[in-house]
Design a protein around this ligand. Structure first.
Ligand SMILES: Nc1ncnc2c1ncn2[C@@H]1O[C@H](COP(=O)(O)OP(=O)(O)OP(=O)(O)O)[C@@H](O)[C@H]1O
Length: 594
């Protein structure tokens, strides 16, 4: 059965959990504050009445004056407390929204996440969510107050005379029509607005991120044009969008607060007929004027409501992202053997482009398995499926006899250390970047892991050593240095299964040998899966699996493969050739050493 689409406001209120009491208090105080603004009008009416009946005394003036002052104090205090509370609640809702969206990203298959550009995600998570804070903090409490005030004023007007009360409503129907029209016209283009805004954000992020490539290829002009074009398109779109609603919006802005238009003439006619006293006419004018402020505010708030509605509806696509099913309770693994059974996989939902076709593979606990093969053969995909960045399309992957889908994602993450090709450093110190591998590790443990990964020496040479912020250092570190930090993280994590995806690809030969020794020592007894292009680094593997176009084309030990697989033998020959060639070019002599 199709799930009923939740109203955007209910969705928003779901994020106020734990703060609904505060929100109600804020609404109540706001209503008190706004309605207490009517008290001075009533007092003025009584004072005018005293004057017109010529019975005014000092005591009565003081009496009504004090009442006006008290109403003012109540108005200011209740308003202050109400908005204070509502801002707290608004930020609580914003925090929940952001946490919920980032949680959705964390639990979604990786492909879902990468299908959105960084600019788009930043736009929604930072800017759009932040933009709803002011309307959220003001509209709910103040909106309630401003909705109640015209009603109270209207009741007051009916109390004086029903004809004046109806006269105050004369412009409302037309104002409503204009407001609904504005809402409809601008709503139609909101998706386009989002697209245009996201595109502009993505373009600027791409422009800044790719600045090195742009400079290297002398494409400043072209890239700048793309960026400037996105800004111009956005401006043109917004201007067109605004002009499409300009007339109806301005009309509704003008008509909504025009209560005096009916009240004043009708009040004066009733006065001339002796039905209303001058004080009553003054009271009717004051009451209808009190409605003006509130109706104008409601009109402005309708803009904010629309902003909130569109933001929440836009966020819904992120909140509704499919998530990888996650088991609740930790399971008992029977060791750390890994078993791929008939695994097929496509990155696209339609399964049109299968990248793995029925992979069967067994990695016994404590063994060292190497995945090799031409680029695009599916090596990294296998590693990512094991770490469950995606779920297999068909077949199963088991660890210790348990399907990875039945292992809670957290337990799986604790079981596997994955050093990927992208060695991402977070915006914190290098010490903390390494400690990510094990948050409970002491500083000494971090230093030991860094030594084993051959990064202690260069880190200590940095001005702030281990305290160097990675954001800053990340730009200064070489690819190999970042890779060694990632390996130190892996060492510190000490998980029973280790995946190294081209883990030493950036490292120079001298350090590579040292790291290879450290990795060999530190992964002893662990189930190790290495993805390597440089066959010399995995020639001692217990098991080498050769992948081509998503199929296993050969497997075995190095010696067996060299004897029985012409495919592997060719790869080996090419590898040796490439090594010799590179040495030859640099040293002007050709060597056949590997
Ligand atoms: N996120 C993705 N979305 C769609 N297709 C992808 C994605 N990642 C990889 N592919 C495709 O899947 C196939 C296998 O890629 P994979 O990265 O697993 O190969 P690989 O053997 O690790 O290559 P390399 O040695 O170059 O890293 C390739 O055709 C690639 O284009």
């Amino acid at each position: 059965m199709k799930k009923k689409k939740e109203n955007w406001f209910s969705s928003l209120m779901n994020f106020a959990n734990g703060s609904k009491g505060k929100l109600s208090m804020s609404v109540l105080l706001s209503v008190i504050s706004i309605v207490s603004g009517l008290v001075p009008y009533y007092c003025l009416y009584r004072i005018i009445e005293l004057f017109t009946q010529n019975v005014v005394t000092n005591t009565s003036m003081i009496h009504w004056g004090v009442l006006i002052l008290m109403a003012y104090v109540v108005k200011v205090i209740t308003f202050g407390i109400s908005t204070g509370i509502s801002h707290q609640v608004a930020y609580h809702i914003l925090e929940n929204l952001r946490l919920r969206v980032s949680d959705a990203f964390m639990h979604a298959p990786l492909g879902e996440v990468t299908s959105h550009s960084i600019g788009e995600i930043k736009n929604i998570m930072v800017d759009k969510i932040e933009n709803i804070e002011p309307p959220l903090a003001h509209i709910i409490p103040e909106g309630a107050g401003h909705a109640v005030l015209p009603l109270v004023s209207l009741i007051g007007l009916f109390n004086v005379d029903w004809r004046v009360a109806f006269a105050s409503l004369v412009t409302l129907p037309l104002a409503f029509v204009c407001m609904v029209l504005t809402y409809r016209i601008s709503g139609k283009n909101f998706n386009k607005y989002n697209e245009s805004n996201s595109y502009m954000n993505s373009t600027i992020v791409e422009y800044i991120e790719g600045i090195e490539v742009i400079k290297a290829f002398g494409k400043e002009g072209t890239s700048y044009e793309k960026f400037a074009g996105a800004i111009t398109n956005y401006r043109d779109f917004i201007l067109k969008w605004l002009s499409s609603t300009w007339i109806t919006m301005k009309l509704s802005f003008a008509l909504f607060p025009s209560t005096l238009l009916g009240v004043l003439p009708v009040g004066l006619v009733l006065y001339s007929k002796g039905i209303l006293t001058p004080a009553q006419v003054a009271l009717c004018c004051m009451l209808s004027m009190s409605m003006i402020g509130s109706l104008a505010k409601l009109e402005v708030f309708s803009e904010g409501i629309r902003e909130m509605q569109f933001t929440i509806e836009n966020l819904q696509q992120f909140l509704d992202m499919p998530s990888l099913p996650d088991a609740k309770d930790n399971v008992k693994l029977r060791g750390y053997d890994i078993n791929f059974c008939n695994v097929t996989f496509s990155y696209d939902e339609k399964e049109e482009h299968e990248v793995l076709h029925g992979i069967n593979m067994n990695l016994s606990q404590g063994s060292f398995t190497a995945l090799v093969g031409p680029s695009g053969g599916g090596k990294s995909t296998i590693a990512k499926l094991l770490a469950r960045f995606w779920d297999v399309t068909a077949g199963t992957i088991e660890i210790g006899g348990i399907n990875v889908k039945e292992i809670p994602l957290k337990q799986l993450a604790n079981t596997i250390s994955f050093v990927t090709q992208d060695n991402f450093l977070f915006r914190c110190s290098l010490l903390e970047n390494i400690r990510l591998g094990n948050p409970n590790a002491s500083d000494e443990d971090v230093y030991a892991a860094a030594k084993a990964a051959q990064c202690d020496e260069f880190i200590r040479k940095l001005e702030a050593g281990y305290q160097t912020p990675a954001g800053e250092a990340g730009k200064r570190l070489s690819g190999g240095e970042k890779q060694r930090i990632a390996i130190a993280r892996m060492i510190l994590k000490n998980a029973p299964i280790v995946i190294l995806d081209e883990a030493t690809a950036f490292t120079d030969p001298e350090n590579e040998e040292k790291i290879q020794h450290s990795i060999a020592a530190l992964t002893k007894g662990k189930t190790l899966l290495v993805i390597a292009h440089r066959l010399s680094t995995i020639k001692n593997a217990d098991h080498i699996v050769v992948l081509n176009h998503g199929n296993i084309v050969a497997e075995g030990k190095q010696d067996e493969l060299l004897k029985h697989s012409s495919f592997y033998a060719n790869m080996w020959k090419n590898h040796i050739g490439a090594k010799s060639w590179s040495v030859g070019v640099r040293g002007k002599e050709v060597s056949q050493d590997v």
